[in-house]
Design a protein. Structure first.
Length: 274
C-alpha cells in the first residue's frame, strides 16, 4: 500500500518526465549519457537520439506493448529495436544495472559488493519462445527465471532456462556467475528445492555456504519465512513491468535484456531521486 509520502514522491517525479511515467528525467539521463556509445570518426553523422531509444524501450517494458505498437514520436520501431539489440549486445543494460546497484548499496551505507545472496526461481508462460518446457510443480509451460538477489532484494544474477529444468540445476549456472561478477558473496540462502547433493558439492567447490530455510511441517496457512520473502518481493517488483508478466520474447538474450532494463530502471530512479 502506498503511503502519502510515496504518492507525493511519485507525483513529483512524474512532473519531470516528458510524456510518460517511464520517460527518463533529466537527472536520470545525466547518469546514463556518459555510458552511451560514442559516434565513430568516419561515416555519416549519427542521427539517433539515445535518450529517445532508452525512453522507447522503457515504455515498451513498462507498458507491455509490442514493438510495432510503440508511439510514433519515439521514431521508427525498427530503429528502436535495432539499437536495443545493439546496446544489449554491448552489455549496456547489464552495465547500467550493476553500476546503479553498487551505488544504491553505498547510498544505504553498505559495501558496494554484497557478501550474501538469496536464490529462487519463477516459472512463467512463454508463448513465443524458441524452446519451452513444462514445470510439473507449477503446471506452467514456458521458461524459468533462476535469480539471485542480495539481502535487500537487488537483482545480482539471472539465468533463463526452459521451465522443465530443476531449481538446483539452474542454480549451478547462478553460482558460476556470482563467483565471477560478485566475488565477495560467500553465504547463500535457499529453500528445500536446492538441497541437492550435486549443487551442494559445487557450492563447496566454489567456496559458498548454502543455508536451506525450510517451512515447518506443522505450519498451517501462509507465513513469512526469514530471507526467502526478500526474493519473492523482487519477483513482485519485476512483474510490475508488464512485459515481464509473461516471457513474450523469442530469444533468451532479448528476454534477459528486458529484465535488466526493468530492474536497472528501478535502481536508476531510486538513486536519481532519493
Amino acid at each position: 500500500m502506498w503511503t502519502q509520502q510515496s504518492r507525493g514522491r511519485i507525483a513529483r517525479i512524474a512532473k519531470k518526465t516528458k510524456r510518460y511515467p517511464s520517460d527518463l528525467t533529466d537527472e536520470e539521463w545525466g547518469r546514463l549519457s556518459p555510458l552511451m556509445p560514442q559516434p565513430g570518426r568516419r561515416g555519416r553523422p549519427r542521427e539517433v537520439d539515445f535518450r529517445e531509444v532508452i525512453n522507447a524501450v522503457r515504455y515498451l517494458v513498462r507498458s507491455g506493448c509490442g514493438w510495432r505498437m510503440l508511439p510514433i514520436h519515439f521514431g521508427a520501431w525498427q530503429t528502436v529495436y535495432g539499437w536495443f539489440r545493439e546496446l544489449a549486445r554491448r552489455f549496456l543494460f547489464q552495465t547500467i544495472h550493476d553500476i546503479e546497484l553498487m551505488l544504491d548499496r553505498e547510498r544505504q551505507g553498505r559495501e558496494a559488493s554484497p557478501s550474501a545472496a538469496v536464490i529462487d526461481s519463477q516459472s512463467v508462460k512463454a508463448p513465443s519462445a524458441e524452446k519451452r518446457g513444462f514445470d510439473a510443480g507449477k503446471k506452467v509451460v514456458g521458461r524459468k527465471r533462476h535469480i539471485a538477489v542480495d539481502t535487500d532484494g537487488r537483482l545480482l544474477m539471472v539465468n533463463l532456462t526452459t521451465a522443465d529444468i530443476s531449481d538446483s540445476a539452474g542454480a549451478q549456472t547462478i553460482l558460476d556467475g556470482i563467483r565471477k561478477r560478485w566475488p565477495w558473496v560467500k553465504h547463500l540462502f535457499a529453500d528445500g528445492a536446492y538441497d541437492r547433493l550435486k549443487l551442494m558439492d559445487k557450492a563447496s567447490y566454489l567456496d559458498f555456504v548454502i543455508e536451506v530455510i525450510r517451512r515447518s511441517d506443522q505450519q498451517k496457512g501462509f507465513k513469512v519465512l526469514p530471507r526467502r520473502w526478500v526474493v519473492e518481493r523482487t519477483f513482485g517488483w519485476m512483474i510490475r513491468w508488464r512485459r515481464l508478466v509473461r516471457d513474450y520474447e523469442k530469444r533468451i538474450d532479448v528476454s534477459h535484456a528486458m529484465i535488466l532494463v526493468a530492474m536497472g530502471g528501478n535502481l536508476l530512479r531510486r538513486n536519481a531521486h532519493p
